[in-house]
Design a protein around this ligand. Structure first.
Ligand SMILES: *Cc1c(COP(=O)(O)O)cnc(C)c1O
Length: 425
C-alpha cells in the first residue's frame, strides 16, 4: 500500500468537491480590534476581520489580558497535568464557581474546549443512563453529534426546531425509558433560536432530561450574559447548560453547568475529562475576568446588538441577500461553493476584508454563504465600507442580489458531522 498516495487522494477529493480549505495567516492587533495583519506571498497587509467568534472583542479586553499575564507571572504557563494527577489549579476552582453562578446551577465542570465538553458530557450522560434514547436536533453541532455517536445510545433526530416532530418521537417511547434531548439555543450558521420553553415543557411532560448548547449565546444574551436561558428566565428548566470560553468570553475552554449529581458523574466517568491536562491557570484566570466583566457590564451586549442590526439593515438596503436571523449572526447567501470561496478571496485581496466562506458540510449544499459577525467594535463607518465592498463583489462575480434570488432551499438535508473521505482505490 502506498500510504502517502492514499492521503493525497483523500485531499484531492476534497479539492474536487471545492471544499479544500486554506487558512488565512492572520495576526490580531491588540487595541485595534477588529484589525489584523494578513500575511500572503511574503507580504504583510492590514485588514479588517468580519467573521470572528470573539463576538464582543473580549479577547483584547485589558482586564482579561491583565488577568492572564498576572496568573502566568505568578503560577507559570501550564497546569502541570490532569486534575487527577496534579490537583486543580486555584484559578480553575474559581472559574467553575463563577460558571455555576452564571447559570444558577449547583456545579460546573471545565474542559479544554467546547468541543470536548459536548463530546465528553453527552456521551457520558447517555452511556450512564440505562437504555437511553437521545433526541437530537438535526442541525446540532458536530461536537454534539460526536457525543451522541460515542455514547452508543439509540438516537432519533428531530427536524430543526420542530416541536411536533420532537413530541411524536417522545410520545412513542415508553414513559419510563431514559431520554435525553440535546439541542442548541442559538444555531450559529442561521442565527435562529430554539423554542427553549416549549422543549423544556415537552421534556417535563414526557419525562426527559435536557441538554442545551449555549455556545453562541453565553456572554451575549441575558442580564448577566448567561445566554438565551438567562434572557428568558429558563435556566432552571434545563438540566445541563453547555458553553464555551472561547467565543464571546475571548479565551479557551468549554464547560457544563448543572445539578451536582450530573456534574460529579461526568467528572468521574468521562475519559475526555479525566485523561487530559487541565486548562492552564492563566487561561482560567482570564476566562473568569471576562465572565465577571460581562456579568456586570451591559455596554458590550447593547452595542453588539446595535451593530448587528445596523449591519443587517445596511446590507439589505444595498440589495444583498441577507438571510433572516434572530440574533447577532448575519448570513449572506451565495448559494454556490466556488463562488463563495471566490467572493471571500476577492473581499480579502481587493477590499482588505476577511470573511470566511461557509460551505458544505457546515451548511447544506445550495446554501453556501458568507457568515458575518459584527462586533461592538465594527463602527458604522466600517459597516458602510462592508456594504460597498460586498456590492462590488456581488457585481464583479455575478452573484445574485436579493431580488433575483430563488427561495432558499428547505433545510431537509442532514448535516454530516465529519468529513471522512471515501477510501479511494
Ligand atoms: C464552536 C462550537 C462548539 C465548540 O466550542 P469550542 O470551544 O470552539 O471547542 C460547540 N458547539 C457549537 C454550537 C459551536 O459552534
Amino acid at each position: 500500500m502506498n500510504y502517502q498516495r492514499f492521503f493525497e487522494e483523500a485531499v484531492d477529493q476534497v479539492q474536487a468537491e471545492k471544499r479544500y480549505r486554506v487558512f488565512a495567516d492572520l495576526e490580531r492587533i491588540v487595541g485595534r480590534f477588529p484589525r489584523a495583519i494578513w500575511r500572503s506571498s511574503g507580504e504583510a497587509r492590514e485588514i479588517t476581520v468580519w467573521c470572528s467568534n470573539d463576538y464582543l472583542g473580549m479577547g483584547q479586553h485589558p482586564d482579561v489580558i491583565t488577568a492572564m499575564q498576572q496568573a502566568a507571572g505568578n503560577m507559570g504557563s501550564g497546569a502541570g497535568g490532569t486534575r487527577n494527577i496534579s490537583g486543580t489549579n486555584h484559578p480553575l476552582v474559581e472559574l467553575e464557581q463563577e460558571l455555576a453562578d452564571l447559570h444558577g446551577k449547583e456545579a460546573a465542570l471545565v474542559f479544554t474546549s467546547g468541543f470536548v465538553s459536548n463530546e465528553a458530557s453527552i456521551s457520558t450522560i447517555a452511556r450512564l443512563l440505562p437504555d437511553c434514547l437521545i433526541l437530537s436536533d438535526e442541525l446540532n453541532h458536530a461536537s454534539m453529534i460526536e457525543g451522541v455517536r460515542r455514547s452508543g445510545a439509540d438516537k432519533k433526530v428531530f427536524r430543526h426546531n420542530d416541536l411536533q416532530h420532537l413530541e411524536r418521537l417522545l410520545a412513542v417511547a415508553p414513559r419510563e425509558r431514559a431520554k435525553l434531548i440535546v439541542f442548541e439555543s442559538v444555531y450559529s450558521m442561521d442565527g435562529d433560536v430554539a423554542p427553549i420553553a416549549e422543549i423544556a415543557e415537552l421534556a417535563r411532560r414526557y419525562n426527559a432530561m435536557t441538554y442545551i448548547d449555549e455556545v453562541h449565546a453565553v456572554g451575549m444574551y441575558g442580564a448577566r450574559g448567561g445566554g438565551i436561558t438567562d434572557r428568558e428566565g429558563l435556566a432552571d428548566e434545563i438540566d445541563v447548560i453547555e458553553g464555551t470560553l472561547a467565543k464571546a468570553f475571548g479565551t479557551l475552554g468549554g464547560y457544563i453547568a448543572g445539578p451536582r449529581s450530573v456534574i460529579d458523574a461526568v467528572r468521574s466517568y468521562a475519559p475526555g475529562f479525566i485523561f487530559t491536562t487541565a486548562l492552564p491557570p492563566a487561561i482560567a484566570a482570564a476566562a473568569t475576568a471576562s465572565i465577571r466583566h460581562l456579568k456586570a457590564s451591559h455596554t458590550e451586549r447593547d452595542q453588539h446588538q446595535r451593530q448587528a442590526q445596523h449591519t443587517k439593515e445596511r446590507l439589505a438596503a444595498a440589495g444583498l441577500p441577507v438571510m433572516s436571523s434572530d440574533t447577532h449572526i448575519v448570513p449572506v447567501l451565495v448559494g454556490d461553493p466556488e463562488l463563495c470561496k471566490r467572493a471571500s478571496d476577492h473581499l480579502l485581496e481587493k477590499h482588505g476584508l476577511y470573511i470566511q466562506p461557509i460551505n458544505y458540510p457546515t451548511v447544506p449544499r445550495g446554501t453556501e454563504r458568507l457568515r458575518i459577525t459584527p462586533t461592538p467594535f465594527h463602527s458604522d463607518a466600517l459597516i458602510g465600507e462592508l456594504a460597498a465592498a460586498l456590492r462590488e463583489t456581488w457585481e464583479a462575480l455575478g452573484i445574485p442580489f436579493a431580488r433575483d434570488q430563488r427561495p432558499a432551499q428547505q433545510r431537509t438535508d442532514r448535516i454530516i458531522p465529519l468529513v471522512v473521505p471515501a477510501a479511494g482505490g
